[in-house]
Design a protein around this ligand. Structure first.
Ligand code: ZN
Length: 73
């Protein structure tokens, strides 16, 4: 009975530790260049421009940006 209880307790401690870690390791977020939606940097599509990197939430936004670039030239 006591063993059972300590098992539950240690499981609970593990879980709360994991949540704590998640908070700390929360991914850096950046805003999409086109729709300005915030996305984790690891999920963003990135394109190297001449002197900096631009980020997009997906290929849809990348296409939109590409079209805009063409039209502005
Ligand atoms: Zn976007």
């Amino acid at each position: 009975m006591l063993d059972e209880l300590s098992k539950v307790n240690s499981n609970f401690e593990k879980e709360s530790e994991m949540i704590e870690q998640k908070k700390i390791v929360e991914p850096e977020k950046i805003a999409c260049e086109v729709c300005f939606k915030e996305i984790p940097i690891s999920e963003a599509k990135s394109v190297k421009a001449t002197d900096y990197i631009m980020y997009y939430c997906g290929l849809d936004c990348y296409d939109k940006w590409k079209k805009q670039e063409k039209e502005s030239k």
